[in-house]
Design a protein around this ligand. Structure first.
Ligand code: SAH
Length: 305
């Protein structure tokens, strides 16, 4: 683990250029008390999977971190950008399998920061969207620990782009709702009339195990069974799989495909755009460099004429 930043900066108060230990020996009668500066926790969103979706700020802070506390949804390749000397703690949370309870994660963050460390709390997607980032920030602030949130690309946004399903579209959806299919008490007691509105996109996080109930309730509250729906597993990663179907058949099709978590459910007319805007075979999508130059040249000639 790299040296805690708190001691380094405190040493500079009495003896610039010396290490903390040397500073203590060289200045035994200093009048400024040696108080180690408390560290700081950065609650960072790692995005939905593709490491290239990490923000520049997140990458910089990872490279500077003394300690990294991370979840199972953090994409492969992201930790490779971290300070190799940083201590890494996996606190992964998979549905029904919490390897470290939330109160212990909170306590760990407080203890690491109290040691004077720069701590990165790395979470999948965005920390403030179904990521318990709010709870962790509250706990840190209550314990007097400095804390800063760095946003990440949430699963809905990343998957929208990587599947060609715009979340809003003037012809199809004027609003978008993010909700969770996994409530604290294990029920799926959602505001069904609000979710079943027309011309709306509904994105459901953590809803795979309740997919049949979700589709049934949406139809019971007025959404036509023909409304397009999609379930996306491991979105934005090389393992991305998408299953689309009208919501009346979605649960059966997804169960036949044996889809597993993490999976995101998207419902609404925008899902029909996947056929048009979804990813193409690489050879069809790629525009060769020469073709691009030729097009630009034609444009130039046409303008000059
Ligand atoms: N904070 C995260 C969400 C955490 S809740 C965010 O902003 O994205 C975890 C749920 O997010 C999963 O159960 C799944 O529904 C969804 N999810 C996250 N990453 C995903 C991915 N790459 N593919 C599909 N679903 C994903």
């Amino acid at each position: 683990m790299s040296e805690p930043i708190g001691f380094e900066s405190a040493a500079h108060v009495v003896a610039p250029g010396l290490s903390a230990g040397l500073a203590r020996e060289a200045a035994p009668r200093r009048t400024v008390p040696h108080v180690p500066r408390s560290g700081k926790v950065f609650l960072i969103g790692a995005g939905p999977g593709d490491p290239e979706l990490l923000t520049l700020k997140a990458a910089r802070l990872l490279a500077q971190a003394d300690a990294i506390v991370f979840d199972h949804l953090v994409g492969n390749g992201i930790l490779e950008m971290a300070n190799p000397a940083a201590c890494r703690v996996y606190v992964g949370k998979e549905a029904g399998n919490h390897s470290l309870p939330q109160d212990q994660i909170n306590r760990l963050l407080v203890e690491l920061a109290a040691e004077g460390l720069t701590v990165v709390r790395l979470k999948g997607g965005d920390p403030f969207i179904f990521g318990r980032g709010g709870e962790e920030a509250e706990e840190l602030l209550a314990c007097g620990i400095d804390c800063e949130v760095v946003p990440g690309i949430t699963a809905a946004s990343g998957i929208s782009a990587y599947t060609g399903i715009p979340l809003t579209h003037r012809d199809h959806a004027r609003s978008v709702v993010f909700t969770t299919g996994h409530l604290k008490d294990g029920t799926v007691n959602l505001d069904w009339p609000a979710l079943a509105r027309p011309a709306q996109t509904v994105v459901i996080y953590m809803g795979l195990s309740a997919l049949d109930i979700i589709c049934r309730e949406l139809i019971a509250h007025g959404l036509p069974g023909t409304t397009p729906g999609a379930v996306v597993h491991a979105g934005t990663t090389p393992r991305q799989v998408i299953v689309t179907a009208p919501i009346a058949q979605l649960a059966d099709k997804v169960s036949a495909a044996g889809m597993k978590s993490p999976a995101l459910i998207m419902v609404g007319p925008v899902v029909s755009l996947h056929a048009l805007l979804g990813p193409r075979e690489p050879d069809r999508a790629a525009v060769p460099h020469e073709a691009c130059e030729a097009l630009a040249l034609n444009r130039l000639c046409a303008t000059e004429l």
